[in-house]
Design a protein around this ligand. Structure first.
Ligand code: GDP
Ligand code: MG
Length: 751
């Protein structure tokens, strides 16, 4: 830590760096030094004196007058300041350049409480006469101009005995003041701010009444004014257009010390009383009336004063025309930019982390909805804009409005991005959650036996998703901004929910189709299997053929076809009913049914192929043959005797079974002896069928034209080669059975 007794650190540009302690500014601050340099530490001084935040609630008073007329002494009495005062022993100029100090005296406010007077700043301007500066009038003019451009009140300090000495140094000074004032307001004719010239007549002996002194002085002032060569357009102007005048007198400090003290104390109260009603503005002649009237205020906000004063001094010092409106605009731009930056600091503190979170979430591919976004950023926005308005609206209105719009655009630009990002996150996560929720509900439904209502699931989840989006968007709205509206995004969201619902419905259709196909496949597996099993019995399954007809095997294919179409038709109506229940379109249903028929045919074809596997078939033929050969018409097993016509029975049974082979080898209906009308039954592909719908379908001969196989070929169950092979093998098996029968016939006798 810094040693508190160490001297203040001198900075590069020769200013004392503020340590934050008032003691650095014990004697005020020298705003302009003897070399006419402006002190960059003025902001720190105002900060230390707690004036920066005062807005317009501060006052500036300057003092003018010849060298060593007790100016510094007067200010110290009036305001408790500690400006350097010449000592009796060392008679030389003490005040160099321009010093500034804040009033240190307390006063009673309206509620009779003791408090500091409201931020009175006093400037002690280097005395004129040029005793030490020689004939250098330059500084005198410049400091006069500076004081006029900034101060509300100019105290003109004058000895009583100087009154009426028209040629005296004081009058020269006043001439200068009037000249620079005219110069100043020539440029700024539109908004002349009057200054109060407050004459303090020192060492008033009392022999000449104040009224007379005042009259003499006013005559002199009018004379000076009329002698001035006025700029064009201002020839007719009167001194009263630019100045108000007040005159007070103080007793001799050395001869009447007590009276002096009394009077100077009264005078101080008058300065420190602050603003009063404009009603009282006309009463300035009353010796007890306050001095600091609002109309004298230069309307430079305290926080902008250092920058303004520096700019003014620069213009003055480089002998440029002082254009106050331009200076005020420049100041407004500078300060508005600074205030903008300041209010963006806490705004950034709130908004930047949110922006970061959102960006990270986006790049991680995990859209995140930030909780209470609207409230958080709305508050940050409100705070920033309110602080800006509070601080910046004191400056030039046009500039303020422009900068306010700039700031608003800057803030809203960022918040808009955040808001849009938020909606996009709500949208994406909403869609994602919606799909997940539907999938989960379907899964749960499947677990419970598959009897779930897909339509209801989708509707329920959709309305939940919309409600959630709405509440998330609602919580993201930034009050007072026309851009934070989510109507169109909500529409987009609904639209995408519908699209996703459509996709999910398609998936559900697929699931439904798969279930239907599986059902058909398993039903056919059982029923068709049964039909084939009947082949094992030479008399067509359960008992003798009805009404002495041919065995059941003759119309095997008719029965299979009937079974098949019945089963599929049942599945179709269930499919249709189910698909309609979740709002599938007629087109979708049509495609689904078409696919189901094709898949079902493939299932049947698979089942038939399974039954036609050589081993299975051979077994069936053998059973069929044995049934015919080894059982009599009554179904009673034969006991072979040597006298039996074994050979005859054998041949008959074998030939009968062999007839089955051509019958089995082709799927045809007995009525027409033609293949079943598979092509018509399946039908032409629906208009709305897509390549995706056809992707997993097997081509069907006679149905798919580009397949190159005919319906006959599709219906061929056994090829010619297979048929012959099967016949040969069957005959061998049959021969075996025959030999065995023969053997048992002989054996039966020997036994
Ligand atoms: P400045 O140069 O105008 O600031 O004058 P100072 O305040 O330094 O005072 C110059 C001298 O005048 C000092 O010696 C003071 O004591 C003396 N002085 C101050 N006020 C009065 C006054 O009211 N009457 C008289 N006669 N002398 C004064
Ligand atoms: Mg002085």
């Amino acid at each position: 830590a810094r040693n508190p007794s160490a001297p203040p650190v001198m900075t590069m540009n020769g200013h004392f760096a503020s340590t934050g302690e008032d003691q650095d500014f014990e004697h005020g601050v020298q705003i302009i030094d003897q070399d006419k340099n402006f002190n960059g530490n003025l902001p720190q001084y105002l900060q230390a004196e707690r004036i920066t935040k005062a807005g317009f609630n501060y006052h500036l008073i300057s003092v003018f007058g010849s060298q060593s007329t007790g100016k510094s002494t007067l200010l110290n009495y009036l305001f408790g300041t500690e400006f350097g005062v010449m000592t009796e022993s060392e008679r030389r100029q003490t005040t160099k350049g321009i010093w500034m100090s804040k009033n240190k005296k307390e006063h009673l406010n309206e509620r009779q409480e003791r408090s500091m007077a409201e931020n009175i700043l006093v400037m002690d301007v280097e005395g004129t006469d040029g005793r030490e500066r020689g004939e250098d009038q330059d500084f005198e003019r410049k400091s006069a101009l500076f004081a006029l451009a900034t101060s509300e009140v100019l105290i003109v300090n004058i000895w009583e005995h100087q009154v009426g000495l028209y040629q005296g140094a004081n009058m020269g000074l006043l001439k200068t003041v009037f000249e620079v004032d005219l110069q100043l307001f020539l440029k700024n004719a539109k908004n002349v701010t009057k200054s109060l010239l407050f004459f303090v007549i020192r060492d008033h002996l009392g022999t000449t009444p104040l009224a007379n002194l005042k009259q003499t002085l006013m005559q002199d002032l009018e004379r000076i004014w009329s002698s001035l060569s006025k700029p064009q357009g201002l020839e007719k102007s009167k001194i009263g257009d630019y100045f108000d005048f007040t005159f007070v007198a103080l007793p001799h400090k050395i001869l009447q010390p007590q009276k002096f003290e009394e009077e100077v104390a009264k005078l101080g109260t008058r300065f420190r009383e602050g603003y009063v009603d404009l009603k009282r503005a006309g009463l300035v002649e009353d010796p007890n009336d306050p001095v600091l009237l609002p109309q004298y205020h230069r309307r430079i906000p305290a926080d902008g004063f250092p920058h303004y004063a520096e700019g003014i001094w620069e213009q003055i010092d480089s002998n440029k025309d002082l254009d106050l409106p331009t200076q005020q605009e420049l100041l407004a731009q500078f300060r508005c930019d600074e205030i903008s930056k300041e209010v963006l600091v806490p705004f950034d503190g709130v908004v930047a982390p949110l922006e970061e979170r959102q960006n990270n979430a986006v790049s991680a591919g995990k859209p995140t909805v930030l909780p209470d976004l609207g409230k958080t950023i709305g508050n940050a926005r409100q705070t920033a804009l309110k602080s800006f308005e509070e601080e910046a609206s004191r400056y030039h209105k046009g500039v303020f409005k422009r900068k306010q719009t700039e700031l608003e655009n800057k803030i809203d630009g960022r918040l808009k991005t955040l808001f849009q990002g938020q909606l996009s996150a709500a949208h994406k996560s909403g869609i994602h959650d919606f799909s997940d929720a539907v999938a989960a509900a379907v899964k749960a439904g499947q677990k419970k036996g598959g009897n779930y209502d897909f339509y209801k699931i989708v509707q329920t989840e959709k309305s939940k998703a919309i409600k959630r989006f709405e509440s998330e968007a609602q919580a993201s709205l930034v009050t007072g901004t026309p851009w934070s509206d989510f109507g169109s995004q909500l529409n987009l969201y609904r639209k995408e929910l519908d699209e996703v619902s459509g996709r999910l419905r398609k998936e559900e259709m697929r699931r439904l189709a798969t279930r239907s196909e599986r059902w058909v496949r398993s039903r056919l597996g059982e029923s068709v299997g049964l039909e084939f099993n009947k082949l094992g019995s030479g008399r067509g399954g359960d008992g003798a053929p009805a009404e002495g007809e041919k065995p059941a095997e003759k119309d095997l294919w008719d029965r299979i076809w009937a079974l098949f179409t019945d089963t599929v038709s049942h599945a179709e109506s269930r499919f249709t009913e189910r698909a309609r229940s979740f709002d599938a379109s007629p087109d979708e249903v049509e495609v689904g049914l078409w696919r189901l028929r094709r898949k079902s045919w493939a299932a049947l074809r698979d089942k038939i192929d399974e039954e036609m596997m050589e081993g299975n078939l051979l077994l069936k033929l053998r059973e069929n043959f044995e049934d015919k050969f080894r059982y009599d018409e009554e179904g009673v097993p034969r006991i072979w005797r040597p006298t039996d016509d074994i050979e005859g029975l054998y041949t008959k049974a074998r030939e009968s079974t062999l007839e089955l082979i051509p019958l089995l080898s082709r799927f045809k209906l007995s009525g027409t002896s033609a293949p079943p009308p598979l092509d018509a039954w399946i039908g032409t592909p629906p208009e709305s069928v897509t390549p995706a719908d056809e992707e997993d379908l097997h081509p069907i001969g006679g149905v798919d034209e580009d397949e190159g196989r005919s319906l006959e070929e599709e219906m061929t169950v056994l090829s010619d080669g297979k048929r012959q092979d099967l016949a040969t093998r069957f005959k061998k098996t049959a021969d075996g059975v025959y030999v065995e029968a023969k053997r048992s016939a002989i054996g039966g006798v020997t036994q």
